[in-house]
Design a protein around this ligand. Structure first.
Ligand SMILES: [Zn+2]
Length: 376
């Protein structure tokens, strides 16, 4: 038998709560109860069915935030799970369950780190938890909403750790210090339907769209920089045609997405795409969706503290990484905080049989505690 682990126990209790976005299923109440016992002041900033907890202990600067989400993505086909995704199970030193890595283990490790740290004496500054039940969904009434409320009151954060699964092959081998921005577009090119035998009486939107897309695909948007790979453009959907082989369709639709780095802005990309479209397509409708600005935390006190804490627990020097998808760090960074994401190995997130190594739970919690020691 292994030694008892409060982090493991709390992770299991959280996994057992079926918290599909935006249902928190009592996770925040459980965490809030633990924090209240330590003297944290709890504030519920719930909105539109999303549970949001803002909890603080201490006063003044620096303000250090532990941030995370209780919601999980759907399980996928249950018969392909080796055990019930909401009944945490340990096999061969690995804990299985939906949310095991993304990110109930991160939350549990943060809560237990705070418990140990607070027990050792008064803190210098303020320690806060910002927890939401909408990170995997539309994200409108989760962290974004909480940040807006707190910003309006003049709350200014200094540091934030988001407990997303950041590690690659071993715990602590990688932390996220930035993320690319994401900008997408639903484009409809309008033409005029007609018979393929009489093209002069029609206007083929496919013929308008293809050269525009060829140009967008061939464009080198930027060269990237020391922290980011070059901006990428990808087409995800393409639709046109009536199904009949003798009809020129009246419209053609395409969906594309940019993952862009700090060398570009969403407006600059839109302007360049618009210039290409204007050249090839006389009539079109473009619906843009912008789901995140890029951000980058420059080397400073937080990254130093994270690297030292990770080094002392794991012996590793983490790679400072900016790849991957977006996370709620995109809402916290523009608020003015240095932000890093530190969490377990991410190879099973959103997959069947999501899991985390049991031995990594206490080690992750020790890393979080080490960061607190160095900053508060
Ligand atoms: Zn997550």
């Amino acid at each position: 038998m292994n030694a008892p682990s409060p982090v493991l126990d709390l992770t299991r209790d959280l996994i057992a709560r079926r918290s599909l976005t935006p249902d928190d299923a009592g996770c925040c109440a459980l965490i809030g109860e633990r924090l209240a016992r330590l003297g944290f002041r709890l504030e519920w900033l719930n909105a539109n069915g999303v549970t949001n907890l803002w909890a603080t202990l201490g006063s003044g600067a620096p303000l250090m935030i532990f941030a995370g989400h209780t919601d999980v993505v759907p399980t996928g086909p249950l018969e392909q799970w080796h055990s019930d995704p909401f009944a945490p199970a340990i096999r061969d030193g690995v804990l299985y369950g939906r949310g095991a890595a993304d990110m109930k283990s991160g939350l549990a490790a943060m809560v237990c780190a705070a418990e140990r740290f607070v027990a050792r004496g008064p803190i210098k500054g303020t320690l806060a938890f910002l927890i939401t039940s909408d990170e995997e969904g539309p994200c409108r009434f989760g962290t974004k909403h909480v940040v807006e409320q707190l910003q309006a009151r003049g709350v200014k954060p200094d540091y934030a750790i988001v407990g997303e699964a950041s590690s690659n092959l071993q715990l602590g081998d990688r932390i996220m210090i930035g993320r690319r921005g994401s900008l997408g577009c639903d484009l409809k090119v309008l033409g005029k339907q007609g018979h393929v035998a009489y093209p002069h009486k029609a206007d083929n939107p496919i013929h308008r769209l293809m050269p525009a897309l060829a140009e967008l695909v061939a464009t080198r948007w930027d060269e990237g920089n020391a922290h980011f790979p070059p901006t990428s453009f990808q087409i995800s959907n393409l639709r046109a045609g009536t199904g009949a082989n003798n009809v020129i369709p009246g419209e053609a639709e395409v969906v594309f997405n940019f993952r862009y780095c700090t060398e570009l802005t969403a407006d600059a990309i839109k302007a360049r795409v618009t210039a290409v479209l204007d050249r090839h397509c006389p009539r079109y409708e473009a619906q843009w969706w912008h789901t995140g600005e890029p951000f980058l935390t420059r080397p400073g006190r937080l990254i130093d503290a994270a690297q030292t804490a990770i080094g002392s627990v794991t012996g590793l020097k983490p790679e400072l990484f900016t790849g991957g998808g977006t996370s709620d760090a995109r809402f916290i960074a523009p608020w003015g905080a240095e932000v890093v994401e530190i969490g377990p190995i991410n190879d099973s997130i959103h997959k069947l049989n999501e899991h985390v190594k049991v031995e990594d739970l206490d080690r992750l919690s020790a890393i979080y505690e080490g960061v607190l020691e160095r900053l508060l």
